[in-house]
Design a protein around this ligand. Structure first.
Ligand SMILES: [Zn+2]
Length: 247
């Protein structure tokens, strides 16, 4: 392949631009915010589940309390009815009176036990409420942390994308004047050679793979016409001869 020496040198400019674009893309992918957001997101999801579970627990305990209070109320009402009957004087049989007093006594004991249950459930309800409040606050905090990290990521994206846009405009101008066949070879090499398709020959080395050429190799490169597209024997990249290449 042949190409004017000036076009070959332009390929080095293009390479510098493409490397810059690669760096920007790499920076975009490896922003520390990505890992941070993943972590906060995982915490956020876990917290959401905990809030849902705590709310369910709170709901269950609320229903349990209603039931326990109803149990107390039933016993209290029955006890009151018995007391009324006793106070009314309608019951005269000593046996019936004794039974009634006995029942009133049992109900008082039963009411006391059920009131203890109410107190115990109220304590658990309070703990459940505290847990819901605490977890909800943590969830709100994690939302703030997440939003903040996403904001920093988006700001970094905007900066990188803005810079990349400028570099791409430069690229268009440079690429427009390079012959199509040279561009095609360069693009193919860039794909297979880690993003570097064209390298300068400098101080007897290929700057793509750092191989140092022997005098014989250097002499055969020197012997090539200036418009010949030379390739590095080691890495296959387009080897660009410039004024300070020493050939
Ligand atoms: Zn090389």
């Amino acid at each position: 392949m042949n190409a004017a020496p000036a076009d070959q040198i332009r390929l080095l400019d293009l390479q510098a631009i493409d490397s810059k674009l690669d760096q920007l893309a790499h920076r975009r992918r490896s922003l520390p915010e990505h890992a941070e957001i993943d972590k906060v997101n995982a915490d956020h999801t876990a917290l959401k589940d905990l809030v849902v579970a705590a709310q369910a627990q709170h709901g269950d305990t609320t229903r349990e309390l209603t039931k326990a209070e109803q149990d107390v109320e039933q016993v209290r009402a029955r006890s009151a009815r018995n007391q009324q009957r006793l106070d009314s004087g309608a019951i005269t049989s000593p046996k019936d009176l004794e039974n009634l007093q006995h029942e009133i006594g049992s109900l008082a004991k039963r009411q006391g036990d059920l009131e203890d249950v109410v107190l115990e459930v109220m304590e658990r309800l309070e703990s459940a409420q505290t847990r819901v409040t605490e977890l909800t606050a943590r969830l709100e905090h994690s939302t703030v942390v997440l939003t903040e990290a996403e904001g920093r990521r988006d700001a970094a994206f905007a900066e990188i994308d803005g810079e990349a846009e400028k570099v791409r405009r430069d690229r268009e101008a440079v690429a427009a004047v390079i012959p199509a066949d040279l561009m095609k070879l360069y693009a193919k090499l860039r794909e297979t050679q880690g993003g570097v398709g064209a390298a300068r020959l400098y101080q007897r080395r290929c700057e793509g793979c750092r191989t140092e050429f022997s005098i014989t190799e250097l002499n055969s490169i020197k012997a090539e016409p200036a418009d010949k597209v030379v390739r590095c024997e080691n890495c296959g990249r387009i080897l660009i001869r410039t004024a300070d290449s020493g050939v």
